[in-house]
Design a protein around this ligand. Structure first.
Ligand code: FES
Length: 206
């Protein structure tokens, strides 16, 4: 519902209220230009460029949309349509660690509700909210493609699977202590180091 409100807002925003495109780093600008060259049509690079913008703005702001649209010579509303379709693009501020709990049928049958309740009780936030210290946020999303290791969640860009309350306790405690890099950088084209000793996905072991 919130996303629909924002889409309406962008669709109807007058040109005088238009946001300035975000200024990304020279490194990110260079990477964007490299990516655009890989496609026969500029607009086909919309998804990796949204990632680059999100790395700078932390979530998809109107300035981020304007930057992507300017690079790809396409209407901002079409960029926004892509951003709102995929849950890996955050449409509002998130915590340093953003948890996405899969709630689709295979995960639901294997305890997704309990996983959501765990985060709700642990952090005292509802889906879509950020903890006061800015460290955690969580939301429920549809299938993340790891149904064989349900129930699962994604924290930033790393999967955590076959979840139980005990396992979640360990994961959360370690993240709070170790502050690992769980992000994927499109600019560097690499996933962060993850949680030391934990697989970045258990799919291959299941
Ligand atoms: S249903 Fe949860 S990952 Fe597919």
């Amino acid at each position: 519902m919130t996303d629909n409100v924002q889409v309406f807002h962008i669709n109807t925003r007058s040109s005088s209220a238009k946001a300035e495109p975000v200024k990304v780093s020279p490194e990110a600008q260079k990477r964007a230009e490299e990516i655009i060259k890989q496609y026969p049509q500029r607009r086909s690079a919309v998804m990796p460029l949204l990632y680059i913008a999100q790395e700078h703005t932390k979530y998809i702001t109107q300035s981020a949309v304007e930057w992507v649209a300017a690079q790809l010579e396409m209407p901002p509303v079409q960029v926004w349509e892509v951003a709102t379709f995929y849950t890996m693009y955050y449409k509002k501020p998130v915590g340093q660690y953003h948890v996405q709990v899969c709630r689709t049928l295979p995960c639901a049958l294997r305890g997704a509700r309990k996983v959501s309740e765990y985060f709700h009780k642990k952090f005292g936030v509802q889906p879509g909210e950020v903890t006061k210290d800015g460290m955690w946020s969580f939301e429920e999303v549809e299938c993340l493609g790891s149904c064989g290791t349900a129930p699962m969640c994604q924290i930033n860009d790393v999967f955590f699977e076959n979840l139980t309350d005990e396992k979640l306790d360990q994961i959360v405690a370690r993240i709070e202590k170790e502050k690992p890099d769980l992000r994927y950088s499109t600019v560097k084209d690499e996933l962060g180091a993850g949680l030391a000793g934990c697989p970045k996905s258990e799919i291959m072991n299941s």
